[in-house]
Design a protein around this ligand. Structure first.
Ligand code: GLA
Length: 360
């Protein structure tokens, strides 16, 4: 079903935004730290038209679900919460948003840690900006999108995903200082490409575990007398903290240092080593991995042609990311997924995208 079939008239405008995969700098953004995401080829498309009644109407093609907003004091759940959140944050910022018909179609996998929610938020905001000619730039789009996620989807997230969806492309890595929003577009490591494999284990406890980690980091920063853990660069300083705050802070400090090392310019081999170290830190210190992801990452790490691998996104399930020798992603994926199956799990290659290249 397309927009016309759902809403009885053609859309007035449309926009899209990509998902992202984070190569390094995990759980650092809400600590004012550094991240290194890149956009993935999968994206979310949003089409808009004015509603002929006084209600917003949202339709998701993927879910074949329509939601009408009868009461704007009541936040809807599911995909509608992100769209509703975007409209509400724009209203709060002083923009008058008319009642809208919104149609969403996405190729970003949901629940894999590739920011399908940020892609939906950024695409929605871009489409509304276009429809109403709003004077907002791409950084503000990311900021509004983050507000929507925090206040309407209930995840106390940082700004990485929304900045990546709004500003990154698939050919480069986006270095971002999440405190100053200073950024630098960098080439992918030499002779390397990105391989993303979903573990097949859906993210569970993602939002409760995530909000808990964030609270622990804030506690650790308070105890150390700094505004955010970003302000600690010497890992020994974290030793005075009680457990688990010590290990949480140690992850953040070492992870920030890994990203800063990449910024100095490193080989693909070194980049891979830093990814491996990041996974160990997320598994042991930050405790956001799950057994399936550990197995998948280990299989990747010992496969020839792989520079390094780690879990990506918030963790608690979802996808792995690996940096691999250029041209070898698919054969490596086939080999690893076979062994992963023998271990009792069903994974899936997400990047390079099979579907998109088949369609092209
Ligand atoms: C989620 C959040 C991001 C970031 C990552 C972990 O994707 O939305 O802000 O904190 O987890 O790095």
């Amino acid at each position: 079903m397309d927009f016309q079939q759902i809403f009885g008239k053609p859309p007035e405008t449309q926009a899209s935004a990509p998902g992202r995969v984070n190569l390094l700098g995990e759980h650092t953004d809400y600590n004012d730290g550094f991240v290194l995401p890149t956009a993935i080829p999968q994206s979310t498309k949003v089409q808009l038209g004015l509603s002929s009644d006084s209600q917003h109407h949202f339709y998701s093609e993927n879910l074949n679900e329509q939601v009408s907003i009868l009461d704007i004091n009541h936040t809807p759940s599911g995909f509608a919460s992100y769209i509703f959140g975007c409209i509400q944050v724009l209203q709060t910022a002083g923009y008058t948003i008319p009642s809208l018909c919104v149609y969403v179609k996405s190729s970003v996998p949901m629940g894999s840690g590739l920011s399908s929610s940020a892609a939906l938020e950024v695409a929605t905001l871009r489409a509304v900006r276009q429809l109403l000619n709003l004077p907002i730039d791409d950084v503000e789009i990311a900021q509004f999108a983050q507000q929507a996620e925090i206040h309407y989807a209930g995840v106390q997230c940082g700004i990485m995903d929304q900045m990546a969806s709004s500003l990154a492309d698939t050919e480069h890595i986006l270095f971002l200082d999440t405190r100053t929003l200073e950024r630098r577009v960098m080439p992918l490591p030499e002779k390397a490409e990105i391989l993303v494999i979903d573990s097949g284990v859906p993210r569970t406890l993602a939002s409760s575990g995530y909000n808990q980690r964030r609270a622990e980091c804030e506690d650790a920063a308070r105890s150390l007398g700094v505004k955010a853990l970003r302000d600690i660069t010497d890992v020994e300083v974290t030793e005075k903290l009680p457990e688990p705050l010590h290990r949480r802070a140690r992850h953040v400090v070492t992870e920030n240092n890994r990203v800063l090392e990449v910024l100095q310019g490193v080989s693909s081999v070194r980049f891979g080593e830093l990814m491996n170290a990041s996974h160990a830190s997320l598994r042991d210190d930050y405790e956001v991995s799950v057994p399936a992801l550990d197995i998948l990452v280990e299989l990747l790490q010992k496969t020839p042609g792989v520079f390094g691998a780690r879990l990506t996104g918030a963790g608690f399930g979802g996808a792995s990311v690996a940096l691999v020798a250029v041209g070898e992603a698919r054969s490596i994926a086939t080999h690893v997924l076979e062994q992963y199956k023998q271990a009792g799990y069903n994974g899936q290659i997400l990047v390079p995208s099979l579907e998109l290249s088949d369609a092209a």
